[in-house]
Design a protein around this ligand. Sequence first.
Ligand code: PMP
Length: 371
Amino acid sequence: MTQVFNFSAGPAVLPKEVLGQAASEMLDWHGSGMSVMEMSHRGPEFISIHEQAEADLRELLAVPANYKILFMQGGGLGQNSLVPLNLAGRKPHGAALGPATIDFVHTGSWSGKSVKEAARYAKVNVAASSEANGFTAVPPQDAWKLSTDAAYLHVCTNETIDGVEFNFVPTVQGDTPIVADMSSHILSRTIDVSKYGVIFAGAQKNIGPAGLTLVIVREDLLDHALPICPGVFNWRAVADADSMLNTPPTYAIYIAGLVFAHLKRQGGVAAMEQRNIDKARLLYAALDADDFYRNRVAPDSRSRMNIPFYLRDESLNDKFLAGAKARGLLQLKGHKSVGGMRASIYNAMPIEGVQALVDYLNEFAGRRVSP
Ligand code: PMP
């Protein structure tokens, strides 16, 4: 089989071991005579898969007992609607009558989409934005203009397109819950779940296949849905039904479970974080070596997962991508909204893949690098 390194932003590379295990269990899961895809979601086999996946995730992220883990559908974008639909009914003491206020920090494309969608259900207050400087840094917390009566604060802690990552947990006023879209960096670094009210993530980057959406929600936030919230997406109803309110994406949950078990064998999230630091350092050093390439993000906001970069001479873009492809370095084209290049180096990207990219970056730039 051809060796390739896949730098896609998502759906993205999965651990080879996981794919191998899934292949070996494809036709007959643990002597059941069935593929996981064929099992009833209410049968004992799938229930054991589901329970193990949830327990492993709880352990990996040290999710406190007063948080529910929901396996949902609808993707990260679905939660852009489902978070306000489930949480805009929360009215802090002293809040004005009428629609709730939701605070946002606008750090790039994905938080921008969240703001737009939430405006359909509530008043939105963009407490801070880095739009004026092209989304190249998380605005400093002391400049945020948070509301006193927000139902919650929404942040996207890793902007997949812009390559901007939070390196701190926001401080909020009173008991305002923080909702974090962690789609593109969940499980890549240790987090203190107790600092957040809700964490959500589409699975197709660091968790498993597309089609599964993870929602981690503190129990006291389950009961603030607006009356128009669709029943099947009501967090309380989903939680009470152990994510089996309707047929869940069973195969995606199974693969996610294999990924969680794999991460545990790798030493857990702290071990992955150290590897991710090493990988990102290697790649940024090559981009920063001279002005042949350029990453525009402020050093303290640079993402460890999604690294956009531009060639100084953009007329070389096609040549760069063709040369990369010829070396098995795939999916390096930047998002169409920002152009340039982007290397996504999720948990499952081995350091060898990053090294192969660095070697190519140096070669293409005509740099002499001592072996
Ligand atoms: N949020 C972030 C940070 C993302 O990167 C993405 C997808 N790239 C989304 C939300 C949307 O996710 P989905 O395609 O699963 O709806």
